[in-house]
Design a protein around this ligand. Sequence first.
Ligand code: NAD
Length: 256
Amino acid sequence: MTLKGKTALVTGSTSGIGLGIALKLAEAGADLVLNGFGDAPAAVAQVAQYGGRVVHHPADMADPQAIAGMIDFALAEFGAVDILINNAGIQHVAAVEDFPVERWDAIIAINLSAVFHTTRLALPGMRERGWGRIINVASVHGLVGSREKAAYVAAKHGVLGLTKVVALETATTAITCNALCPGWVLTPLVQQQIDERSARLGDADAAREGLLAEKQPSLAFVEPAQLGELTLFLCSDAAAQVRGAAWNMDGGWAAQ
Ligand code: NAD
């Protein structure tokens, strides 16, 4: 499959899963708009190794105006957003009665509302051009709950609901909307949870193994590149009738 001539925008693609997906899309020939904080020049250099055009936009996914600026920028640079990957996300772990209100608001804004904003702004262009792929990086936490993750679980369940509605509203077109539901992937977002566990246990290996053993029957992390390959499949013609799916890649987590 080639994505030559297509433009993909991946939110939160300076690290982790977003970067893994951006690399696969670039390898398949797409031009890329990256987004996210941290070392953007390093991410751009990595993705650019495949020879396509790559730009970065620093929009904060908590800010609807900045999101609109990012979509305008992508359209001005490339004339299209053909593939939209909603991936940016944050986590906070606390019991619901101790959950900081400011963290709740930030998680709902970045993990859920941003998906609404990018989608509503990118869809008109996809309809005009008669093709599109919207892939929302939800989580196994869109399907099941876990203690102390109220905002994250609520946001990810919301993303799956939004995915279904967008899939229905585009069902008779060549635009599809689906969600990925990863289990544990070893990224900075999860490393932070391993570090907290490690501080309690005083043993980094035991912290990592315990985190997997609690939830993920395979006892192995999902790789960003594997999520990138699933993304390529969802961008292919073979996936033209995959609509509104919540596709888990979770080492068996949700099978329990
Ligand atoms: P990560 O921390 O490695 O990457 C998050 C990315 O989002 C980074 O590029 C970061 O700069 C960006 N980001 C954070 N806040 C932002 C904001 N306000 N505006 C713009 N960009 C912002 O995390 P990850 O593990 O790669 O997570 C990516 C997505 O995958 C998230 O939606 C997360 O919920 C989801 N997910 C992760 C796992 C896992 O085990 N790591 C499992 C299931 C789902």
